[in-house]
Write a protein that binds this ligand. Structure first.
Ligand SMILES: Nc1nc2c(c(=O)[nH]1)N[C@H]1C(S)=C(S)[C@@H](COP(=O)(O)O)O[C@H]1N2
Ligand SMILES: [Mo]
Length: 201
C-alpha cells in the first residue's frame, strides 16, 4: 500500500518510496528556487571568507579554493515547496579542509553561510561538518550553472534545501545561533524534512 499518489509515482520511477519525506513529490528535473535575482559573479574577484569563532580568519581567492582537496557525494535533496530530487551528485570542498586551516575555537557551535545579495542561512556547526555536507562547485557531474549557485554553493545534507546557500561568499562560526534569511521569514530553524519542519506558524 502507498501512503499517497506521490509514493506510487516514486515506485513507478524505480525508487524505494520510503526515501520520499512526507508531503513531498519526486521530480527528475533539478528545479531552480531562490529569492531575488541571479547574481553576476566574477570568479576572478570572488572570495570566500571564513571568520568568527576561529583561530585564524581566512579569505580565499578562487584559485586558493580550487587548490584544496575535492571530494564528491550523492544525496537526495528536498525543497520546502515540496519537490524532492534523488541521487544528486555534488563535487567540491568539504568543510574539514577549511576547518584545518581556520581552526574553529571550542566556542564555535553554529555556522552562518553568507551569500551574494546579503543572503544567509544558519545551521549547527555539526550539520556543516557532516560527511555529506560540501561546498560544491559541481552538481550532477557538471559545473554549477549560475542559477544553481555558481561558482560555489553550500550543500547541507538531510535538511530542506533552503539551508544550502547558493553563491556562497563566506562562512561565519558563532557561539550562538542567529536566524538566516528564510528563518527570519518564518521558516523552521531546524528544517528536517522527515519531521516536516517547514514553517514556524
Ligand atoms: N543565496 C541563496 N541561496 C539559496 C536560496 C536563496 O534564496 N538565495 N534559496 C534556497 C532554497 S529555498 C532552495 S530550495 C535552494 C534551491 O537550489 P536550486 O535552485 O539549486 O535547486 O537554494 C537555497 N539557497
Ligand atoms: Mo526551497
Amino acid at each position: 500500500m502507498f501512503r499517497s499518489k506521490a509514493e506510487r509515482k516514486v515506485t513507478e520511477m524505480g525508487y524505494d518510496p520510503s526515501r520520499l519525506p512526507p508531503g513531498q513529490y519526486l521530480t527528475d528535473k533539478w528545479p531552480v528556487l531562490h529569492a531575488g535575482s541571479v547574481p553576476h559573479v566574477d570568479r576572478s574577484l570572488w572570495t570566500l571568507r571564513v571568520f568568527g569563532e576561529v583561530e585564524n580568519e581566512l579569505t580565499l581567492t578562487w584559485s586558493e579554493f580550487a587548490a584544496l582537496p575535492h571530494s564528491s557525494n550523492v544525496q537526495d535533496i528536498h525543497c520546502v515547496t515540496r519537490w524532492s530530487k534523488f541521487d544528486t551528485e555534488f563535487t567540491g570542498v568539504h568543510w574539514r579542509e577549511l576547518a584545518a586551516l581556520v581552526k574553529p575555537k571550542p566556542t564555535a557551535q553554529y555556522a552562518i553561510a553568507h551569500a551574494e545579495h546579503g543572503f544567509t542561512a544558519n545551521v549547527p556547526l555539526s550539520y556543516l561538518a557532516d560527511d555529506n555536507a560540501i561546498l560544491a562547485t559541481h552538481g550532477d557531474g557538471a559545473e554549477l550553472t549560475p542559477d544553481h549557485g555558481w561558482p560555489v554553493r553550500l550543500v547541507i545534507p538531510g535538511k530542506y534545501f533552503w539551508k544550502s546557500a547558493k553563491w556562497l561568499t563566506g562562512i561565519e562560526l558563532r557561539a550562538t545561533d542567529q536566524p538566516g534569511f528564510w528563518e527570519r521569514y518564518g521558516y523552521n530553524n531546524n528544517a528536517d524534512p522527515w519531521a516536516e519542519e517547514r514553517y514556524e506558524f
